[in-house]
Design a protein around this ligand. Structure first.
Ligand code: PLP
Ligand code: COI
Length: 341
């Protein structure tokens, strides 16, 4: 199969319509089988629930070309399951998990020419999305829904590749206690748009959100979980009921424990502990694992000892092992790498 003619090593992270997407519709209480389409547009009623009451959710996953030139996805069953949980919390009909994985495979196969070649550092970003498409004017869930999966080739999420990032602490919360921070609802991202742009305007790559109840503990950023390494090389993961259970983070925890023999602590992490940490990183499907060099607050700038030039040693080992598994260079736990083509 002939690949598209793209500058694969410099893709950045932006929308680019590819040849095929999958769509299924919920109507009269059931999901249609769904099919591939070439049309990137969706026509909707002006009263569609998604426009007014933000009834929408999504997932983010990637397909990779491995060292053997297979095309694989990474733990798609986990995204299927998270979207199931998200849908339930938003009064949306979950898309059957097995069908979700099959639809992802279909989209990847149909867009194989868009999967960045092995060694370019790129991947095919896959975006499953579900919206309340039926008209709804009283505050209530829609009666009709659209489930769609589209995909595009991407490179680094953060500008500047994997140079340590500068973050800031916003005056805003991203999630509420007992709210929707733990699911992948579009509304969480709507909440973060203003603080994200504020951070960018002030020269920071992302916000470190604190726990919304006490503003004492570290939660996550707008699009990633956070991971620390302390000075005794223990991987420390902030635990909270209002952060998204990142599949990347859970995989890194397994890599740290099972493959690198590191100690891992998952516990609430006070913001004032950052100054004692050795390394800090952001992790997620889009971001992979991106190092943090500095966190700005109103009172002080906290510099991590790993510095502003390179990734900390343990973070690099974690990143290299995870990407090695995804690219087929390192054998990972059973079921993580899911061959599609
Ligand atoms: N936290 C937030 C708010 C996110 O948007 C994401 C991205 O999906 C993550 C964490 C990382 O999750 P995952 O590793 O499953 O992509
Ligand atoms: C992902 O990592 O897949 C996400 O959905 C995060 C988003 C900020 C791009």
């Amino acid at each position: 199969m002939e690949k598209k003619d793209l500058d694969w090593s410099n893709l950045g992270f932006s929308y680019r319509p590819t040849d095929y997407r999958f769509q299924a519709n919920w109507k009269d209480g059931k999901w249609s089988e769904g099919e591939l389409t070439t049309n990137p547009n969706i026509e909707l009623s002006e009263a569609a629930c998604v426009f007014h009451y933000a009834q929408c959710c999504f997932e983010g996953m990637k397909a990779y070309e491995t060292v053997n030139h297979d095309i694989v996805t990474f733990r798609p069953d986990q995204n299927a399951h998270r979207m199931h949980n998200t849908a339930l919390r938003l009064e949306m009909p979950p898309f059957p998990e097995e069908q979700f994985v099959k639809a992802v495979e279909e989209v990847v196969r149909a867009n194989a020419a868009w999967v960045p070649p092995y060694g370019t550092g790129g991947s095919l970003y896959i975006r499953p999305v579900m919206i309340g498409s039926g008209p709804q004017i009283g505050v209530a869930p829609a009666h009709e829904f659209i489930f769609r999966i589209f995909a595009m080739p991407v490179g680094n999420y953060f500008k500047g590749g994997i140079k340590p990032l500068k973050l800031t602490v916003p005056d805003y919360d991203r999630a509420a206690p007992r709210g929707t921070g733990h699911i992948k609802a579009g509304l969480n991202y709507a909440m973060s748009l203003y603080p994200t742009m504020e951070a960018h305007r002030n020269g920071f790559a992302e916000n470190v959100y604190l726990d919304p109840a006490t503003h004492t503990f570290v939660e996550e950023t707008g699009g990633t979980n956070i991971l620390f390494v302390d000075k005794s090389n223990t991987v420390v993961i902030p635990k909270s009921s209002s952060i998204l259970p990142s599949i990347t983070r859970r995989s890194l925890v397994d890599v740290a424990k099972e493959m690198l023999g590191l100690k891992v602590e998952e516990r609430p992490v006070r913001f004032d502990e950052i100054k004692d940490m050795a390394e800090m990183s952001l992790c997620g499907t889009a971001a992979v694992l991106a190092p943090v060099g500095m966190v700005h607050t109103e009172r002080e700038d906290i510099y991590l000892p790993s510095g502003m030039e390179k990734m900390g040693t343990i973070s690099k080992k974690l990143r290299d092992t995870l990407t090695g598994i995804q690219m087929g260079q390192i054998e990972g736990p059973k079921g993580w790498v899911h061959k599609v083509l």
